[in-house]
Design a protein around this ligand. Structure first.
Ligand SMILES: Cc1cc2nc3c(=O)[nH]c(=O)nc-3n(C[C@H](O)[C@H](O)[C@H](O)COP(=O)(O)OP(=O)(O)OC[C@H]3O[C@@H](n4cnc5c(N)ncnc54)[C@H](O)[C@@H]3O)c2cc1C
Length: 412
């Protein structure tokens, strides 16, 4: 792959975390050609994590979310086309058709289309006070309802649902969380960590119910009650749907690119079309570390994959091979997770699930494959290194609070 000439145009679809990172990284790595960033939101690229945390609570401004403020984009000569959707790719002509009728020629195209919030398919879910949470616009709509004394019903006990529950509780609202599965965070962690967060939320005053089926949302024109499968009703001033997201793959699909739980890319983030790449929440990549394909939904993934795309576009391909990590803020607690714990055969705990700080380590055949920590940033930092090394560790030392994890790192 040779380095693109200064006359080349790289078009990026999706002005989010991955799109923004790809654009700025292209400049950082010396690309002098034209960069066009197309986004269907009117905002410049911004960070989404604060949406369910500081931005919802009103302690962060909109500007503080920006990854690429307008002045920065201008300086980096990144052309931003906001509030416009990319509707069709003509691969033969290497052209991108936009919703405002414009047609952009490209030499290379990057799909960084992210995902969209899953919508509830229940009677009454189309009422105006049932909200998703994916964008600045969603938070602006939701915020007007987040008032002291109001009742919020949150559907879904995943990260977004629990983070919103924490913010709403702190704002003095009456909060109910309804989770269909037997425990919260069931898809991402072990029962002990789920139980920890269930306790924390209940202690804060949240009415947290698991294994609950919702029959309908009642009220006209807005929802006033949630009808549960057992016939009981919960009063609600609004509903937040935190039930996951779907990758935005339609543009790729329509262009005849392979899609399988995300846009299929190789280890360099290339699709089967040598001129089209994909990165971030929308991309499904082969992960050498885990020996399987993964589609990740995290800032770390969006940023690192954006950099991998930029390197590949500039003729310096690097294999994308990361150990995933993630965080969540709820109340004064920070959960930090590294690795994928699926398939572990032993869990070792440092600290106590009954306190407000612990680390759970997951081992497979004696090697550390993942860790979840709460309130233990130091342990997390070293756990990241140990997991990346697939270190063989002594479980007794892992559990011993007196032993610094640093001392467990194998000698270089
Ligand atoms: C509320 C919330 C909280 C989160 N908290 C955390 C956290 O604490 N930690 C963490 O690691 N991750 C968190 N995440 C996940 C993280 O924000 C995402 O993984 C990351 O934003 C993915 O970046 P992306 O660029 O792939 O997608 P996005 O940031 O979603 O950007 C994609 C952009 O492309 C646009 N787009 C899609 N299709 C088109 C089209 N056809 N034409 C033009 N534009 C298009 C979309 O509208 C969007 O603006 C959170 C996400 C949300 C929503």
């Amino acid at each position: 792959m040779s380095e693109p000439a200064a006359t080349q145009t790289i078009v990026i679809v999706g002005a989010g975390q991955a799109g923004g990172e790809t654009a700025s990284e292209l400049r950082k790595q010396g690309f002098t050609g034209r960069i066009v960033l197309v986004g269907d939101e009117t905002h410049v690229p911004y960070r989404r994590p604060p949406l369910s945390k500081a931005y919802l609570s009103g302690t962060a401004t909109e500007e503080s979310l920006y990854i690429l403020p307008p002045a920065g984009m201008e300086k980096a000569r990144i052309e931003f086309i906001g509030g416009v959707r990319a509707e069709r790719i003509d691969r033969a002509a290497r052209q991108l058709h936009l919703s405002d009728g414009r047609v952009l020629d490209y030499d290379k195209l990057v799909l960084a289309t992210g995902g969209r919030a899953r919508v509830l398919s229940l009677p009454g879910a189309d009422r105006p006070n049932v909200f998703p949470l994916r964008s600045i616009a969603d938070v602006q709509a939701l915020r007007a309802h987040c008032l002291q004394g109001k009742s919020a019903v949150i559907v879904g006990g995943g990260f977004i649902g629990l983070e919103v529950a924490a913010v709403a509780t702190k704002l003095g609202m009456k909060v109910t969380v309804l989770e269909g599965l037997p425990r919260v965070l069931a898809r991402v962690t072990v029962p002990e960590v789920s139980a920890f967060f269930e306790r924390i939320h209940r202690e804060a005053g949240v009415d947290l119910r698991t294994g609950v089926q919702i029959a309908a949302f009642e009220g006209e024109p807005a929802v006033t009650h949630v009808l549960l499968g057992d016939g009981s009703r919960i009063a609600a001033d609004f509903i937040l749907a935190g039930i996951g997201q779907l990758p935005n793959v339609e543009l790729a699909q329509q262009a005849g690119l392979a899609v399988d739980n995300g846009i299929v890319v190789d280890e360099y983030s290339r699709t089967a079309d040598p001129d089209i790449y994909a990165a971030g929440d929308c991309a499904n990549h082969p992960n050498e570390f885990y020996g399987c394909r993964l589609r990740l939904e995290s800032v770390q993934n969006a940023m690192e994959q954006g950099r991998v795309v930029a390197s590949a576009l500039l003729g310096k391909p690097q294999v994308y091979n990361v150990v995933p990590w993630f965080w969540s803020d709820q109340y004064d607690l920070k959960l930090q997770m590294v690795g994928l714990s699926a398939g572990f055969d032993r869990m070792v705990v440092r600290g106590d699930f009954n306190s407000r700080a612990f680390a759970a380590f997951y081992l497979k055949e004696g090697r550390l494959i993942a860790a979840d920590t709460v309130g233990r940033p130091q342990d997390f930092m070293f756990a990241k290194k140990l997991v990346a090394m697939r270190a063989v560790v002594d479980p007794q030392l892992l559990a011993d609070e007196a032993v610094s994890l640093k001392t467990l790192l194998p000698a270089a």
